[in-house]
Design a protein around this ligand. Structure first.
Ligand SMILES: [Ca+2]
Ligand SMILES: [Ca+2]
Ligand SMILES: [Ca+2]
Ligand SMILES: [Ca+2]
Length: 302
């Protein structure tokens, strides 16, 4: 996370564009989310697994309708905390588009700390995979607030770029062209011509999928970072194919339990319904077979 001095890649004028990005943020709103989380109900929920090995130093908490990452670094301790996809992966065989809102309070920060969104290639969708992926982060270090990215392969940084961070909030955009096998990251918008490009994503993950990690970190000399200073919100995969999700297809409402509310969803969608979640059996029609799926999955999702 602190490998920023390797090579200063052609850093596009991110900073300049960033300043204007706040205005056009809402234009990138999702039309039809494939998978999303607004972090609004105070429970991290079964879409994510929590990685929080040093809660005395940094925590990940869903509260105040967002995912907060409060940190304290007593005695210069360093740690990372966050959430990663609970056994779901993004298929590298399809194009995908995702975005994440972030807030990092620059005036309060002067040491090594920040927020990270990591696209982790292949392997277990946990933090261990991060030695193998693409990291987008906003943070601060001795030189001040920055926005940066790193591409890490087998533990070595193979590309990185850093620019000053001129704003406290924004939206990170990540999109993937499966044919060209290029991942692009931008704090401005989808299709940003100055986006940072990461090649060979699909190649690196061809047998499995791409995992997501969202989190924060503090690297020792950082001041305390309350949750209001550093948080993530509105994770939205707008397009793409998700592998391994939902864990519980009969839980149509997504509340972790199959009950009468899910049954009502099926009844409300009764009849021909191609590509709709209520068609649990996937035969293009919502009928008694889907109702039976609800009944056989009744109760809490495993
Ligand atoms: Ca939640
Ligand atoms: Ca929210
Ligand atoms: Ca439900
Ligand atoms: Ca059906």
């Amino acid at each position: 996370m602190h490998l920023k001095h390797l090579c200063s890649v052609t850093a596009p004028a991110v900073a300049a564009i960033l300043a204007s990005s706040v205005i056009c943020m809402s234009a990138a709103a999702a039309e039809r989310a494939v998978l999303s989380d607004d972090f609004n109900d105070d429970v991290i929920g079964n879409m994510w697994s929590v990685y929080e090995p040093d809660p005395d130093i940094i925590q990940v908490i869903e509260q105040n309708q967002r995912l907060e990452l409060p940190a304290e670094a007593p005695g210069g301790a360093s740690a990372i905390a966050g959430i990663y996809g609970n056994e779901w992966l993004i298929a590298p065989s399809e194009d995908f588009y995702l975005h994440i809102d972030w807030h990092f309070d620059r005036p309060a920060q002067s040491g090594d700390s920040g927020l990270t969104a990591a696209i982790v290639f292949a392997g277990t969708p946990g933090i261990d995979g991060i030695e193998f992926g693409a990291l987008l982060h906003v943070g601060s270090d001795a030189d001040g607030p920055y926005v940066g990215f790193e591409v890490v392969m087998f533990g070595a940084v193979v590309a990185d770029g850093y620019d000053p961070l001129p704003v406290d909030s924004g939206t990170a955009h990540v999109w993937y062209d499966s044919e060209a096998d290029v991942l692009a990251v931008s704090l401005v918008e989808y299709g940003d011509p100055d986006a940072t490009l990461v090649p060979d994503l699909g190649t690196a993950s061809e047998s499995e999928g791409i995992a997501m990690f969202l989190g924060g970190f503090t690297l020792g000399d950082a001041p305390a970072m309350p949750g209001e200073d550093a948080y993530i919100d509105n994770f939205v995969i707008e397009e793409g194919e998700i592998l391994g999700w939902p864990v519980c297809p009969a839980d149509l409402t997504g509340d972790g339990v199959v009950d009468v509310l899910d049954l009502l969803e099926v009844l409300a969608a009764w009849g021909p319904c191609p590509d709709c979640p209520e068609d649990i059996t996937g035969d293009g029609i919502v009928d008694v077979l889907d109702l039976l799926e609800i009944l056989s999955a009744w109760g809490p999702c495993e």
